[in-house]
Ligand binder design. Structure first.
Ligand SMILES: [Mg+2]
Length: 290
């Protein structure tokens, strides 16, 4: 049984265990898979962005079916098989680059796991992450991963939080949820009875997101390492207004010295006491018989 009040931590994946993904990176990734199909990169990217609600719940099928459907929406129906294969491979390779973890992620996961605290991942994602999950280094420390595209529902659907807690075998009051706030995930976790923490790392503002909770005022961390610390000392994650009052100081604080009176040059100054001279050595006593 762990020492921590929390027996499990559930992490969001993108923007939480992984670094932020700026818009320019998504532009470059879209251009790579648009080229084999001869589709304008901006139009191709827009098709991917607009289809996110469908892709996140697995509504467009596997990667090949998804690329085929989106190409048709961009006016390319029945593409050549080689072009389709190249577009799929370009998309897969670009996505795999986004699975790279934050530098401290593995160390934090290992620290948590070695404390007998279980770890879950709950991610809104399309099929690429779910298909590749076993090869992501984080999987080694994660007890279970719940993917929206497999479950057919997205955050903040209560069924997703219930499912990850069921697999972890924990009750909501013993479960910490950590996410950057995408898809109103923090409110969803809180509604499910979990303690939700927003990860606002340095790159938080750069991350391109969908319906993110920028107005979150609850528990917060600025680095993943704070999550490991917060398991034993939850106060480090709590905002000021939720922290317990500080204990009174054991001793009265030192009082400042009273200000010295102003100097009046028109008044006689107080007589200065003569500086004490250093004690003079006593003369050597001379005895009368000497
Ligand atoms: Mg996220």
């Amino acid at each position: 049984m762990p020492f921590s009040p929390f027996h499990a931590v559930v992490f969001d994946f993108f923007g939480t265990l992984t670094p932020a993904v700026p818009s320019r990176v998504r532009d470059e990734h879209a251009a790579r898979s648009a080229a084999p199909l001869g589709i304008d990169a901006q139009r191709w990217r827009r098709a991917w962005d607009e289809s996110w609600p469908e892709r996140a719940v697995g509504g467009l099928g596997d990667l090949r079916e998804t690329v085929t459907a989106l190409a048709a929406r961009c006016g390319v129906t029945d593409p050549e098989q080689v072009a389709l294969w190249r577009a799929c491979e370009a998309r897969r390779a670009a996505q795999h680059e986004l699975f790279a973890l934050r530098p401290d992620a593995l160390r934090v996961l290992e620290t948590i796991r070695r404390r007998d605290v279980r770890i879950g991942v709950l991610s809104d994602c399309s099929t690429e992450l779910a298909d590749h999950w076993a090869l992501v280094p984080a999987a080694r420390w994660v007890d279970t991963a719940v993917f929206s595209c497999r479950e057919g529902r997205r955050k903040p659907d209560p069924a997703l939080y219930a499912e990850v807690m069921r697999r972890l075998g924990v009750t909501p009051e013993r479960c910490l949820y950590v996410g950057d706030g995408d898809s109103r995930e923090l409110s969803g976790a809180k509604a499910a009875g979990m303690t939700a923490v927003q990860l606002r790392a340095e790159d938080w503002a750069e991350h391109e997101t969908y319906d993110r909770e920028s107005d979150w005022t609850g528990w917060r961390a600025t680095a993943l390492t704070h999550i490991a610390t917060g398991l034993d000392y939850p106060v480090v994650l709590q905002p000021e207004h939720e922290r317990p009052p500080a204990a009174p100081a054991p001793f009265p604080p030192p009082q400042p010295a009273p200000p010295s009176p102003p100097v009046r040059p028109d008044l006689p100054t107080a007589p200065q006491s003569a500086p004490q001279s250093a004690p003079q050595p006593k003369p050597a006593r001379r005895w009368p018989w000497r």
